[in-house]
Design a protein around this ligand. Structure first.
Ligand code: NAI
Length: 318
């Protein structure tokens, strides 16, 4: 028996699938039996203009290779229409890959309200609109796979991309909460932070790198995370150029001040080297784990002895 991962009978919406990464995702899903909605507004990298040509071309490519696909030319801001295209053409939606994106790079001191708003609208509101329209269908059918497309710029920051960084990391929080809310319905959500040569990166990266970082190297992770046998949810992955890895939060052990003490800026300063020391780092994976030291401190109750008990508290591990 072949161990090829297949998507027969599954319907996948790929937003921004007329170019770059979205196109590569769409071609891969279609080649593995999925019916694909190729959404693309067909505008510029800055989000100006629109055209049906980009989506049409990818649909033609998929059909020429024997696959099934339909085009949709709506903006992700009209996400319900994209989901409706899937329902009208194929009767269901199983996979949503939120991939559409634009850039308005400019240093923060020159950034206008317009530069800020359009980036949040396309990346954050767009992902919301598409996913929100698909969500009830996924819940009802007890199956769904959602991918969000973040960026290293969001995780680490990047000069000239305050708007884009904010939007991209917003998607990580969005995905993490959907992973929780979708769990009992077999709806899973994950986020990728890709790197790939595309029209979006061709003006920034050298040509050799653009040629080497093929979008096709990212799509296999998206396909795996979207497969019915994949149980991963709430993950964040860096992917591109043949590299695949998972990220998680790391937290220092920190310093806890027994309640009832004076908590002052001077105290924070005096404990700074401990607060920022990653030597004994922990990796809280959910809100309960994150709040554990706070709850332990609250449950321990206020210190009765006043500020002079610092050394005793330290002996107790505070
Ligand atoms: P691309 O520019 O080649 O493709 C993006 C596609 O999205 C375009 O075809 C565009 O027409 C479409 N699009 C834009 N606004 C839309 C809207 N409102 N509704 C529907 N479609 C719309 O760019 P690329 O590189 O393939 O980027 C895909 C995603 O990956 C984006 O979200 C981008 O921010 C993200 N990304 C890309 C990286 C890279 O190295 N290429 C790095 C990190 C993130």
């Amino acid at each position: 028996m072949s161990n090829e991962l297949r998507y027969d009978g599954r319907v996948a919406i790929i937003t921004g699938a007329g170019n770059g990464l979205g196109r590569a995702h769409a071609l891969l899903f279609a080649s593995r039996g999925a019916k694909v909605v190729v959404n693309d507004l067909g505008g510029s990298t800055r989000g100006e203009g629109q055209s049906s040509a980009a989506a049409d071309k990818v649909v033609e490519e998929i059909r020429a290779a024997g696959g099934e696909a339909v085009a949709n030319y709506d903006s992700v801001e009209d996400g319900a229409k994209i989901v409706q295209t899937a329902i009208d053409a194929f009767g269901r939606v199983d996979i949503v890959v939120n991939n559409a994106g634009i850039l308005r790079d400019v240093s923060f001191h020159k950034m206008t309200d317009g530069d800020w708003d359009i980036i949040q609208r396309v990346h954050v509101n767009g992902a919301f609109k598409v996913t929100h329209a698909a969500w009830p269908k996924m819940r009802d059918q007890g199956y769904g796979r959602i991918i969000f497309t973040a960026s290293a710029a969001g995780i680490y920051g990047n000069f000239g991309q305050a708007n884009y960084s904010a939007a991209k990391l917003a998607l990580v929080g969005f995905s993490n909460t959907l992973a929780l809310e979708g769990r009992k319905y077999n709806v899973r959500a994950n986020t990728i932070a890709p790197i790939a040569g595309s029209r979006m990166t061709e003006t920034i990266l050298p040509k050799e790198l653009i040629d080497a970082l093929r979008p096709e190297y990212v799509s296999p992770l998206v396909a795996w995370l979207s497969h019915e046998s994949c149980e991963e949810s709430g993950g964040l992955f860096e992917v591109g150029g043949g590299f695949f890895s998972k990220l998680r939060w790391e937290r220092t052990q920190g310093h806890t001040v027994r309640l009832g003490r004076a908590i002052t800026p001077e105290l924070v300063k005096s404990k700074w080297s401990t607060i920022v020391d990653f030597a004994k780092a922990t990796h809280p994976a959910d809100v309960a784990a994150a709040l554990q030291p706070v709850m332990d401190n609250v449950n321990a109750g206020p210190s009765k002895g006043g500020n002079e008990l610092v050394d005793v508290d330290q002996a107790l591990g505070y």
